[in-house]
Design a protein around this ligand. Structure first.
Ligand code: NAP
Ligand code: MG
Length: 405
């Protein structure tokens, strides 16, 4: 057996909950520990430990990510009332992803893993489409009201000196509804920089779209901030990398996306990203094949699967039944983090390992060996549905061969 790959800087490892926590350990045992002298700073974000530490562990893991620059995260439970009972929680702790995103000021990029046999519902799509969603403001931080008849609604801005600026929204003769939205220049600028950096990182074009022809102040501000930052900070780098920044109207963008081959990053305002990420994920086939990375404007990366803790499978697992849970997105979170760590530390061997791990897992599915969710979708003629652990062992067989070459 060849010597294990040594690491320089630790990865921040954020463990999680339920079925994904089981998969997490299997991936490490079967596919990582035999090959890498894994150096991680471990944070247990499992719900029990979050409760025990009053959620301090989530904050600490985010601070560690700021320090080391790369993290890999397992899916975690966001508690609701049912979870408070199930785990006898002291409090309904906030979403760990929300906490981490706020500390890192990051943007989430979601990319599907494309394999032969899982055909996108849009047949022209040959390459993945990555969606970047701005995660602040707009309708997600709105103020809204129902109003009665015979009233006047206005926008009022009060300055520090008490001076008011007013604009009429509508004179209501009959009942209706109103809504106030906001965003912040700094948040839009962070979003823009995260997108430009990620496009350079991936060497892919960046698309951005709003409805600036209709929303001449609000949406137009997004367009202007992107363009100003692009011209001042990224134009030359994009040209050197041979990639493009492309702005268009949101409806034109949707039409172009459907006709495209894929292979670019699509930056979306908050609502567009919410809607379009579900459309893109579904059209590419399976939530279990969707990877996700949180990127901060200063170039910090946190990798994870886009799906949750797969609760239904976990309860089956607890009853001692075999599950067929797809580990691809969690596996790609690990390979993404290892590759980035390798790039930052100049460890070619680690980068190469990450590439081969992804290659082996894609090969496994393309050889017809897959978990139940993909089995139901795959158009391959010779296919077998395997359980969670068998799938990882099948990947390992192919990985060994690739590493011997
Ligand atoms: P989920 O865990 O994504 O699972 C929903 C369903 O999708 C599953 O029941 C399963 O369908 C299918 N699925 C998802 N991932 C799969 C995989 N890897 N392999 C095979 N099938 C997969 O969503 P959820 O059940 O709504 O949420 C469970 C918990 O996850 C919640 O407590 C939620 O708070 C948390 N969550 C966490 C994150 C995160 O940490 N990023 C994100 C979302 C949700 P079948 O049952 O039909 O097989
Ligand atoms: Mg959505």
């Amino acid at each position: 057996m060849a010597e294990k790959i040594l690491m320089k800087t630790p990865l921040v490892e954020m463990d999680g909950d339920e079925m994904t926590r089981i998969i997490w350990k299997m991936i490490k045992d079967i596919l990582l520990n035999p090959y890498i002298d894994l150096k991680t700073e471990y944070y247990d974000l499992g719900l029990e430990n979050r409760d025990k530490t009053n959620d301090q562990v989530t904050f600490d893991s985010a601070y560690a990510t700021q320090k080391y620059g790369v993290a890999v995260k397992c899916a975690t439970i966001t508690p609701n009332a049912a979870r408070v009972d199930e785990y006898h929680l002291k409090e309904m702790w906030k979403s760990p992803n929300g906490t981490i995103r706020a500390i890192l000021d990051g943007t989430v990029f979601r990319t599907p893993i494309v394999v032969k046999g899982i055909t996108p519902f849009i047949p022209t799509w040959k390459k993945p489409i990555t969606i970047a969603r701005h995660a602040y403001g707009d309708v997600y931080k709105n103020t809204e009201m129902q109003v009665g008849s015979d009233c006047k609604a206005e926008l009022v801005v009060t300055g520090k000196d008490g001076r008011e600026t007013r604009q009429l929204i509508h004179e209501f003769k009959t009942p209706g509804i109103i809504q106030g939205l906001h965003n912040i220049d700094a948040s839009i600028a962070s979003f823009a920089r995260a997108c430009f950096n990620f496009a350079l990182d991936q060497k892919q074009d960046l698309w951005f779209a709003t409805k600036d022809t209709i929303s001449k102040k609000y949406d137009h501000r997004f367009k202007d901030i992107f363009q100003e930052i692009y011209d001042a900070e990224y134009k030359e780098k994009f040209e050197a990398a041979g990639i493009e920044y492309f702005y268009t109207l949101i409806d034109d963008a949707v039409a172009r996306v459907v006709r495209s081959e894929g292979g670019y990053i699509w930056a979306c305002k908050n609502y567009d990203g919410d809607v379009m990420s579900d459309m893109v994920a579904t059209a590419f086939g399976s939530l279990a094949m969707m990877t996700s990375v949180l990127v901060s404007p200063s170039g910090i990366y946190e990798y994870e699967a886009a799906h949750g803790t797969v609760q239904r499978h976990y309860y089956k697992h607890l009853k001692g039944e075999k599950t067929s849970t797809n580990s691809m997105a969690t596996l790609f979170a690990w390979s993404g983090a290892l590759r980035k760590r390798g790039e930052l530390d100049g460890l070619d061997e680690l980068v190469d390992f990450a590439d081969k791990l992804e290659q082996a897992s894609i090969q496994t599915i393309e050889d017809g060996v897959m978990t139940g969710d993909l089995y139901a979708l795959s158009t391959l003629e010779n296919k077998t549905s395997v359980d969670t652990e068998t799938f990882l062992r099948e990947i390992n067989e192919r990985l060994q061969k690739l590493l011997q070459k």
